[in-house]
Design a protein around this ligand. Structure first.
Ligand SMILES: NC(=O)c1ccc[n+]([C@@H]2O[C@H](COP(=O)([O-])OP(=O)(O)OC[C@H]3O[C@@H](n4cnc5c(N)ncnc54)[C@H](OP(=O)(O)O)[C@@H]3O)[C@@H](O)[C@H]2O)c1
Length: 264
């Protein structure tokens, strides 16, 4: 039996929930973090009963001040050591930059960038003292190119990718036993693809979307095998290759046209 513990942010649905199911199947004890406590309790009950693991629920709004520090303290106060951190919680807002709410875009930057950075700092130091640990930061295919109408979101994910890739080299050079990876999913069939709270919605064919289960599986396998950058799915791998070949401004124009046509 695996006696290790994984902490997953955004565990109440989508890719985060799939991470939890896969980790539970591998025998990890879980710390489930999101805002909806009832949903987390239901998931915790189901996973602990079906896999004989321990689940701890931490209901937290990660957009609030000191969210990362309070979450870290909460795990310490409960005597929990995190062996695998998955920074998955993330927000998306689609639409013309000037028309979207500034407050919502600031919240998106807080959750996607600031909290992810702080949790990485706090838990990476903790893992380094024990000379072992894995951190998986969820970026996006959007990290590889500027995207009109998702400009702030894409920029937050570009930050996550660059931050994680650079840190992976530092950790490796320090030999502190901490492995850090960036996961870059493309369109994935979750609520994020059709969420009325995120400004506009995109008309995307289901054929263009991966299942959250496949995305989560490739993320966990890649991180545990020491890969620093994980792009799930063949078509997503081809898309990242294209971003190396085509000038960024040309890509922005192509994507801008696509979003103007498919956003509603
Ligand atoms: N779906 C895609 O096409 C896609 C593509 C590329 C990358 N990604 C990335 O993958 C990650 C997961 O996305 P997803 O598609 O699974 O999203 P999702 O289905 O919308 O789920 C988002 C999760 O984050 C939690 N969350 C949202 N705001 C929060 C807050 N303020 N504090 C704490 N938890 C919060 C939500 O739970 P509560 O509502 O209970 O708080 C939920 O569990 C994100 O980082 C996203 O950017 C997604």
């Amino acid at each position: 039996m695996n006696s290790q513990t994984a902490l997953v942010t955004g565990a109440s649905e989508g890719i985060g929930l799939e991470f939890c199911k896969i980790l539970a199947g591998r025998g990890y004890n879980l710390i489930l973090v999101a805002r909806r406590e009832r949903k987390l309790n239901e998931i915790a009950l189901e996973l602990s009963q079906s896999h004989g693991i321990q689940c701890t629920v931490v209901a937290a709004d990660l957009s609030l001040p000191q969210a990362a520090q309070l979450l870290f303290k909460n795990t310490k106060d409960q005597g929990l050591h995190v062996d695998f951190l998955i920074n998955n919680a993330g927000l998306l807002h689609n639409g013309p930059f000037c028309e979207l709410s500034l407050a919502e875009q600031e919240t998106m930057i807080t959750v996607n960038v600031q909290v992810l950075t702080s949790l990485t700092h706090l838990f990476a130091n903790d893992m380094a003292t024990r000379n072992t640990g894995h951190i998986l930061n969820v970026a996006s295919l959007a990290a590889w190119t500027p995207i009109p109408y998702q400009n702030v979101y894409a920029a937050t994910k570009a930050y996550v990718l660059a931050f994680t890739q650079a840190l992976a080299d530092e950790m490796n050079a320090e030999g502190n036993g901490v492995v850090i990876s960036a996961l870059c999913p493309g369109y994935t069939a979750t609520k994020m693809m059709d969420n009325p709270d995120q400004g506009a919605t995109l008309r995307i064919s289901p054929k263009m979307m991966m299942s959250p289960k496949d995305v989560a599986k490739q993320g966990i396998t890649g991180c545990l095998s020491g890969k620093n950058t994980i792009v799930p799915g063949i078509s997503n791998k081809i898309s990242t290759a294209v971003t190396h070949l085509v000038p960024k401004m040309t890509l922005a124009k192509i994507l801008g046209r696509f979003y103007r046509k498919n956003m509603y």
